[in-house]
Design a binder for this molecule. Structure first.
Ligand SMILES: CCCCCCCCCCCC(=O)SCCNC(=O)CCNC(=O)[C@H](O)C(C)(C)COP(=O)(O)OP(=O)(O)OC[C@H]1O[C@@H](n2cnc3c(N)ncnc32)[C@H](O)[C@@H]1OP(=O)(O)O
Length: 227
């Protein structure tokens, strides 16, 4: 069963894909269920595992509420589409979900790399890895301040990622300096034993967004109200 729906818009067909989908492997599903359970328990005030994760909303939903429509017209918002979500065939490319941990200002992304992302035979292309790192760290920086542009991204590839495998992408805030955010990131095997990639990023938020985002600086407020 593919949880995809087609919506007809004047200009194009917009595909909305619901997570999870049938392409997700066992490892991806187990991790998703793990973090989702922690998120739900935190939301519902159930058992306290000492970890309070929140699943992040979709890009379009984030855009809609983060900018409040003040700076992006409804037409632009409705057409905005993060390119990692553009592939219609479930499992073919970027399958991922992001969770945020408020108390540690930390993000985790569970990423399953599909066959279209092949670089070296049987392994994931470095550009696809950098794309996912930019997506995770950029989203993380946006959550902590305001929608950002990536100014700088340094990537060190330590060991290749097998195509079709599931990996964890974890990011943390290193430093905040006015409108600049410094985020670092590690891509590892799901048990954390193998380091695939390390990266650091420098992100810059725009002046226009700052006022609007004072309401989002407290991420808990933001996540509780807009997810
Ligand atoms: C909520 C929605 C969800 C959003 C979820 C989004 C998730 C996806 C995120 C994807 C993000 C992207 O891929 S964005 C696309 C790729 N990136 C881009 O195209 C960016 C292109 N570059 C630019 O637009 C610009 O150069 C900026 C915005 C980065 C900076 O321009 P500016 O604002 O005029 O800043 P400027 O005065 O030059 O510099 C300001 C300060 O930043 C420093 N700085 C500037 N550039 C760099 C640099 N490359 N490396 C280091 N430091 C730099 C300067 O030294 C200075 O420090 P000091 O003197 O203050 O100390």
């Amino acid at each position: 069963l593919h949880w995809s729906t087609k919506l007809l818009s004047p200009a194009s067909l917009i595909y909305i894909t619901f997570l999870p989908n049938s392409s997700w492997g066992k490892e991806m599903m187990e991790l998703y269920n793990h973090y989702n359970r922690l998120s739900k328990e935190a939301t519902e005030g159930q058992e306290d595992h000492g970890e309070e994760w929140t699943r992040l909303p979709s890009y379009n939903r984030t855009l809609k509420y983060a900018t409040g429509g003040a700076y992006l017209s409804k037409i632009i918002q409705s057409k905005a589409r993060l390119f990692t979500r553009n592939i219609r065939d479930p499992g073919a490319a970027f399958e991922y979900v992001l969770f945020f941990r408020q108390d540690k200002l930390k993000c985790v992304c569970i990423f399953q790399a599909g066959h279209l992302l092949e670089g070296p035979p049987g392994h994931v292309h470095g550009g696809a890895i950098a794309t996912m790192i930019d997506t995770v760290t950029g989203t993380h920086a946006s959550l902590l301040s305001a929608p950002v542009m990536t100014a700088n991204l340094n990537v060190n590839y330590r060991s290749p990622i097998p195509l079709g495998s599931t990996v964890l992408i974890e990011s943390i805030l290193d430093k905040e300096d006015g409108r600049k955010m410094y985020i670092s990131c590690r891509v590892t095997s799901t048990d954390g034993s193998k380091l695939h990639t390390e990266a650091t990023g420098n992100f810059k938020s725009g002046k226009l967004f700052i006022i609007k985002h004072y309401m989002c600086i407290n991420c808990k407020f933001y996540l509780n109200n807009f997810t």
